[in-house]
Design a protein around this ligand. Structure first.
Ligand code: AMP
Ligand code: MN
Ligand code: MN
Ligand code: MN
Length: 280
């Protein structure tokens, strides 16, 4: 049996390949009834997704995936049920997009120094005037024949120690959580098993996050293994955090999991959503 909800999805408003309405249509076909659009550092796609959801009788949770720097490391915080009209949230996200624009040019300069010119211009064209992510660079490098796959590009060019790597300078954890809760949303640590943290460090992240007003851990993620899901369930319970589920879907062929294929939460978790509503 597959789940009928998914609280972590991307569209062309960030680095997904489906427009918000195409994404909602595909989710409906996959049997999803409740979904959150959580693009990186923008709520630009939410209005279109909400229209499509309304037309198809689905429930759309307005969301965002905020880029955070915590202890020198990039951590993603998903905000669920945020008001996209909230001024402080929008001001915070605009600041992150400003940094993204600078970083994209810097990635382009670094790759040019490494012998691959014009990647910034190409990535910008591929982003259709919306925000530019490393995923856009990765797709460009695959098209240009510099690597076999997006995954391969990340490994060879875009991560620490590689020619196109730029250390992230994103939002402080407490500020990001503040923007989300201030906009009426619930803050969730995205794909917690993906960070290079040991148990103690992950617990510290969870504790600081909770102290800042965060309420959830994405226990089940499309980028987790079954073991990761079980371990994150134990962490969430120990930290007193609610459990969320999200595929982190970026479009057909872009992720491990197709829509509607997430496994259920491990026993013992308290879900962030209850039936039709997100828990208060
Ligand atoms: P950015 O926020 O621009 O630094 O880009 C982060 C995005 O890149 C993530 O949300 C993923 O979609 C993608 N990404 C990060 N690491 C990898 C990887 N190793 N393989 C494929 N995609 C990745
Ligand atoms: Mn992404
Ligand atoms: Mn993420
Ligand atoms: Mn994501």
């Amino acid at each position: 049996m597959s789940l009928d909800h998914d609280f972590h999805l991307h569209s062309t408003a960030s680095d997904g390949t489906l427009s918000p309405s195409e994404l909602v249509e595909r989710a409906a076909q996959a049997g999803i009834r409740t979904l959150a659009l959580t693009d990186h550092d923008t709520t630009e796609g939410v209005a279109e997704a909400a229209d499509a959801a309304c037309r198809l009788g689905l429930r759309l949770v307005p969301g965002v995936e905020v880029s955070v720097t915590w202890n020198g490391m990039t951590v993603h915080v998903v905000g669920l049920g945020v008001d996209p009209g909230d001024a402080a949230l929008q001001q915070g996200l605009a600041g992150l997009r400003g940094y993204r624009d600078w970083r994209a040019e810097e990635i382009g300069r670094r790759l040019a120094r490494d012998g691959i010119p014009d990647t910034f211009e190409r990535a910008r064209a591929a982003s259709n005037g919306r925000l530019i992510s490393r995923t856009h660079f990765a797709r460009v490098l695959v098209q240009l024949g510099h690597a076999e796959s997006v995954r391969d590009v990340f490994r060879r060019y875009l991560v620490r120690g590689r020619p196109g790597h730029v250390p992230g300078q994103w939002a402080p954890l407490g500020e990001a959580v503040g923007w989300i809760t201030g906009a009426g949303g619930q803050a969730v640590i995205a794909h917690p098993a993906r960070y290079p943290l040991n148990r103690g460090q992950l617990r510290r992240l969870g504790q600081e996050f909770r102290a800042a007003g965060g309420v959830g851990f994405e226990v089940v993620s499309g980028s987790h293994s079954a073991d990761d899901n079980r371990l994150m369930a134990i962490h969430a319970q120990g930290l007193g955090l609610l459990a969320s589920v999200g595929s982190d879907y970026h479009g057909p062929g872009q992720s491990y999991l197709e829509l509607g294929r997430l496994p259920p939460l491990p026993a013992g978790c308290t879900p962030l959503w209850q039936g039709e509503a997100l828990a208060a």
